[in-house]
Design a protein around this ligand. Sequence first.
Ligand code: ADP
Ligand code: ZN
Length: 737
Amino acid sequence: MTQPTVLLKIAVPGPFRKLFDYLPLETNEKQALLPGIRVLVPFGPRKVIGILIEITNNNQAASFKLRTVTQYLDAAPLFDEKTFSWLRRVSQYYHHPLGETLLTAIPTLLRKEKKPHAAQQVFWQALSNDPQQENTLQRAPKQRAVYQFIQQQNSAVSQKVLLENFLKPQSILKTLQAKNLIKPSYHAKDLPAANLPTASPGQTLTDAQQAVTEAMLSHIHEFKVMLLNGVTGSGKTEVYITVAKKVVASGKQVLILLPEIALTPQLVARFRCRFTCMIDVLHSGLNDTERFTVWDNIKNNRTQILIGTRSAIFSPFESLGLIVIDEEHDLSFKQQDGLRYSTRDIAILRAKPNGFPVILGSATPSLESIANIEKPHYLQLHLTQRAGKAMPPKIKTLDIRGRKLIEGLANDLITQMTATLERDEQVLLFLNQRGYAPALICHQCGVVEKCPRCDRNMTIHQARNRITCHHCGYEKKLPNECIHCKHSDLRPIGYGTERIEKCLQTLFPDTDIIRIDRDTTARKNAILRLLEKVKNDTGQILLGTQMLAKGHDFPNVTLVGILNADQGLFGADMRSGERLAQLITQVAGRAGRGNKPGYVLIQTHNPEHALWHTLIHESYNTYAQQALEERRQAGLPPYSFAGLFRAESTDITDAIQFLNAVKKSMQTYEALGVEIYGPVSAPMERRAGKFRIQLLLISQQRDKIHQCIAAGLNEIENLKLAKKVRWNLDVDPLDMS
Ligand code: ADP
Ligand code: ZN
């Protein structure tokens, strides 16, 4: 047998920080072997799907020891060259195994051996409404009939309908397409009637919107990160639409990222009535086939605009010309397990070598983005006023010290609510706690029921007659006696949305109350149905957690009440102030978005707190500048770089020993400017029965921290304890709980 001349370097799924060598298939077929195709390979006793990374010369003497690829699964690479090299950089930056990174980037169906099928439906629409057009078809009656049929619908017609109405229309459709009379579009699902593409002109931009748009358009063909810092309701979306139009017109694709699946329908509807091009949507609500279909549409350039949540960043665009990240400050843009990426950072990494701009939009930009403005390639643009007739909301604190509260609600708030509802306007109450109450206490002995597996109290869910742990999911029947003294006088302490809802039902028996939290929206599409119930012209009370705070446009909400704001004032995390300032500003921004004025009442026991003062009398931006100055002085991110090793184990000493060994391997970097803190317990020391220990690295120099992390990871390869503890690495961690 002749020695194969090439060797395949293949990334396989799993925690491997190296590629594996395989011999190519001995096949008669002239299969073009290209990096980026999927291959089926034997791995241990199993067969796994890997991705071909490199084809090198075989100069190994002992190649008889190597195994051979079982099958090539793709004829062409899954990624174009630029996307491929971007994903490699992502893998390097997060020190995450290449195989795992690439597999994160492809749809689930491609992680299976079976060949997936896209399930899109084809729709056809006429390119002109002009009835004269059909005259060109006078000598082709069959074509004319089909064309007339399509033109007479004021919407795109599905191929299914055409098949029902005409005998074998396929070739006719092709001809009409070639004559530029009709065009196809492809959709993963049936198009709901409201989504039909007939572009409408939209509003005339205000002068401020116009100025921002023009500034953006002057950078449309180059790499630029543009932070659109615009107050809530300032018309940022209109700006995105106008810029996206130019990009689409130049033949490029556009990606719009949103923090939350619930925000997609609103935005998609807005985009669909402004564009005639193909718009697809990608979020966790889709099934595997739908996701693959969208992936396939993007890859084949059938879709010009993709609107999606976090993972849509991995879509295989081959001619991407713009990424918009709306509500860029939102924590959900950071993936919190597996490949722990920041969507914003990897979007910028993708845009740079491709030479296109990224727009980051927010009314409350992250401190990271504000600090970045000083760098080259960054540009900040402001929209300081609301668009249209809307005025900024008036914010007031409501001092509840010593006041009588009805189930947590102050009298003044209730009075304002009544007045608002009498005007047929809407009230939004915000409470960042779901369930009935966050704790159950024994009135006899004072013992609070804790989760047996976590360092946290159990939350009461009265409607389900259970208590549950919001951290590990453990739950049981609502007890009728104290676990400690067996007494039966158990009482809820504190308030959750379920409890407030009950109270509102007695206070406002004739008012529609719409509660939006993770419990009322657990079922697929439930949130969409709830949002549909929000009317534009009647008094309703919307009650919810932070799900309600994000980006929604409820034009009839004129009063916002914030119930448990104090909770965030004294958080242990260095980011808790930033989070609270963002949350309050965002919730407040839901008030008065139509043409009626909005009021915001913040119930607080700390009315003198500096944070309220800054937010009410100054602005979020002032708060951000102050907070950044504190970070600068303390040498904390974004003025330094951080990495976090976490270890979890049922045996606390294993986790500590493991991280101590990792620390030891990195100690030489302490002299080179990396500070290593720990190992210490995470703020929540025990979760789901495991102890959680962490090791924090901070450095002023990015390259040093990466070298230090690499040294730690090398050591982990040799550590026996690595098999006993569960560990992970978070580069640029945001959540250190
Ligand atoms: P943001 O994305 O900044 O929160 P939106 O783009 O959703 O703001 O706009 C807020 C409201 O103002 C929407 O109801 C929108 O229709 C309206 N609006 C935006 N731009 C204009 C404009 N140029 N003229 C009139 N109304 C506008
Ligand atoms: Zn628990």
